[in-house]
Design a protein around this ligand. Structure first.
Ligand SMILES: [Zn+2]
Length: 238
């Protein structure tokens, strides 16, 4: 982004119906390559469990909405097990459940067809999406000029990248680690999501198993520093 572009007022009222519009109004504000000076972007915000990703997702949705922008919130396997984004500090928002067959581009096009413009997507729990969904996010940015803000874990309980997270690291215009620190029981910064079954750290099993971070769950997750993730030490309270 050049200084000139940064000085141009952000265009909030892009004309319908969307991709490759040659329409009026803000469409005049284009760079030398014909792209709108408001260049849409794919951004991936990542962090361990409990670091406030969903809270930040809903805050971002609120910030954009109050500026007159229109967006959709999507999620997958939210802990409430419904089509909602819920947060550990009590916020909630209705959301579109991302299923295997859902095409995010079609979701945007269908919404446009109803006469509702979409300026951005907030994609919560994005590490649980398919790689194909990430490709669709990139196309929404490049071909539809829709901003996509994805939030999710980077690594699974084995400390391997989730496939969708890997693709987001590869494709995103911007990647940011969420700066709310989650501490391991030892006081070091928590980095990794350990899966705990019967009081022990497990390292094999399905990549996605629903659990919670409360102590009473059959399968629970605990954020640990790398040292204690590797040693499997859950601390004095475990
Ligand atoms: Zn530790």
């Amino acid at each position: 982004m050049t200084d000139d572009a940064a000085a141009t007022p952000t265009c909030l009222a892009r004309p319908l119906p969307g991709p490759h519009d040659g329409g009026t109004g803000c469409a005049a504000a284009r760079g030398v390559d014909g792209r709108p000076l408001h260049a849409a972007a794919l951004k991936f915000f990542w962090g361990p469990m409990d670091c406030g990703k969903s809270t930040m997702a809903l805050q971002m949705n609120y910030n954009h909405a109050r500026q007159g922008r229109r967006g959709l919130v999507t999620t997958r396997i939210d802990r409430s097990l419904g089509p909602r984004v819920t947060t550990r500090i009590g916020l909630a928002h209705s959301a579109v459940e991302v299923t295997d067959g859902l095409d995010l581009r079609a979701l945007v096009r269908d919404t446009w067809a109803e006469g509702v413009r979409i300026d951005y997507l907030i994609c919560d729990e994005a590490s649980f999406y398919d790689v194909a969904h990430v490709e669709q996010m990139a196309e929404l940015v490049d071909g539809y000029d829709v901003d996509v803000y994805a939030f999710g874990l980077a690594t699974d309980f084995r400390s391997d990248l989730f496939p969708a997270a890997r693709r987001l690291f590869e494709l995103a215009d911007e990647v940011a680690r969420i700066q709310v620190e989650v501490l391991c029981w030892c006081g070091r910064e928590g980095l990794l999501n350990a899966r705990v079954v019967d009081g022990r750290v497990v390292r094999e099993g399905a990549q996605v198993v629903i659990g919670d971070t409360v102590d009473t769950a059959d399968v629970r997750y605990q954020v640990l520093c790398r040292r204690h993730y590797r040693s499997g030490d859950l601390g004095p309270r475990a």
